[in-house]
Write a protein that binds this ligand. Structure first.
Ligand code: FMN
Length: 186
């Protein structure tokens, strides 16, 4: 069997699934976010890509702040919901309780085991989306998801996304150790 070119469906497999938090005119807003990654070590920078027509896009441009919240598997339904309805049409602010963080406009969702507060560092306009780069100001973790002071993926129990088949997946089992298993080939 050979390889088949399936076009320009350039998605990593899987993608992280997060909830983007922002705040506009004193009102919190949330949207499902899969285009997110760490992009610089020091300072600690995260990039997110947000459609220009999304309410969240305008909110981040207005406040210069946002949060990346990692939901657990038991939050699939509400994560999907905030990915289908715009804050421009519906007030989504009451969907989550929030905690006080370091920033005013980067809501830390209480129910998400991990939340990363970011201050806008840079941005780039792409044809449909804005690529925002945020500097991490604080990362909040529920104490009961930490093992040896770092987030434990089994306890966080996040889920991932595949596109273009649009499915959510749990994280399965640990299959190796990074910066370690390759040493066997040295
Ligand atoms: C699973 C999933 C992942 C999504 N990922 C992104 C993303 O990474 N970037 C983006 O701009 N929109 C993404 N969306 C779409 C937005 O979440 C959606 O359009 C949302 O309603 C925008 O809300 P807002 O207008 O309140 O900002 C995603 C939607 C779903 C269901």
């Amino acid at each position: 069997m050979g390889k088949k070119n399936i076009g320009v469906q350039g998605f990593t497999m899987p993608m992280p699934q997060a909830i983007l938090g922002s705040r506009m005119d004193g009102r919190n807003n949330y949207m499902a976010l899969a285009w997110v990654s760490r992009v610089n070590y020091n300072p600690s920078l995260m990039m997110i890509s947000v459609g220009k027509r999304h309410f969240s896009n305008a909110a981040i441009k207005a406040s210069g702040e946002f949060s990346v919240n990692i939901p657990s598997v038991d939050m699939i339904e509400v994560t999907d919901f905030v990915g289908m309805v715009s804050g421009g049409k519906l007030d989504k602010s009451e969907l989550f309780e929030v905690e006080k963080g370091e920033l005013e406009n980067a809501p830390v969702i209480s129910k998400c085991p991990v939340s990363i507060e970011c201050k806008l560092f840079d941005s780039m306009e792409l044809p449909n989306d804005t690529l925002f780069v945020g500097e991490v100001v604080a990362t909040w973790c529920d104490e009961d998801v930490l093992t040896d002071e770092v987030p434990d993926i089994k306890k966080v129990n996040p889920f991932t996304l595949t596109m273009p088949d649009n499915r959510y997946w749990d994280i399965g089992v640990c299959v190796g150790r990074a910066w370690h298993d390759g040493k066997k080939m040295k």
